[in-house]
Write a protein of this length. Sequence first.
Length: 393
Amino acid sequence: MSLTFHWFLPTNGDSRHVVGGGHGTPATASGRDRPPTVAYLSQIARAAEDLGFVGALTPTGAWCEDAWLTTAMVAQQSERLKFLVAFRPGFVSPTLAAQMASTFQRQTGGRLLLNAVTGGESHEQRAYGDFLDKDARYRRTGEFLQIVRELWEGKTVDLAGEHLQVEDARLARVPDPVPEIYFGGSSPAAGEVAARYVDVYLTWGEPPAQVAEKIAWIRGLAAKQGRTLRFGIRLHVITRDTSEQAWAEAHRLLDGFDPETVKSVQAGLARSESEGQQRMLALHGGALPQALDSARAGGTPTGLEIHPNLWAGIGLVRGGAGTALVGSHEEVAERIAEYHRLGIDEFVLSGYPHLEEAYWFGEGVLPRLAAQGLWQHPFAKPAAPAAQVPFAS
């Protein structure tokens, strides 16, 4: 089975520096370097599909452009790339969401994937009119996905749930194909939703031992429901021809962090209700002052390499996914193979800037994985048979 790779559409802006934001924190000023116009995002989308990425994740939240609208426009400028659209159950009715997904599939030739994001920050949810606490939001997500899935099966749905109620709900046209649902979460409530309703469970880029524990946990919960899931991981990448070049780039990014911005972002993320976000923060722990001092003194990014080639520096200014694979193309391919041995089959990747880093990874790492039999280009056309030239008589 070939590994599946997805890229990222930076609808919060792009830059040669890290663009922060997410989990209740605003996008940093670097996001204005390359505004998230449809033209620029379409460049990234076309590059990603040419290089062999299957899809592209588009985030959700107050810190970025709307994912549904943006991908609907970018889809018209690309041909094969799928869009992993992040959305928040509870901000739109399940019947309308099911209908939107069905329309998206027909208008794009089946290029929609859905990433259900329950929402880990109550203060951000309240800005959208959602006043449930976190556990209640997960229970609502379960009801939401139950309704949506039954509608996609062509059923007429009546449900009077704890948080959602529909009566005589049905779709005039069901989606074909039915979009796969991606989902992540580290709390017990999140695990129950994943086990019952999702196709792919996503984890952020924790060290392999922690990822293995998560996979075992979700597999066990899913088995109790008589289900099996696929597993994916969300990471940034910095890959170069040599390890030294890659770490020099990580050093450059770190050296560009404004200390006051780092302190402000870390203070905001420390208040996060998301268990996954707290796990991300714990990865760099108290290494922040030493790392910044080392970078400014011309040293290495001390204290932030938490596993060989796994760097926690991105999480100093960015909420959510805060780790990157850093190294030579061979080293990054080795780490991907290591995660795959644990059970990870899908990789949702990104890098700064997203256009250039897509090429670094696509031209540097993917051919090495192909040579190992771990990946094949999903859009590659079979080679035409050689023409037969008759011998001259």
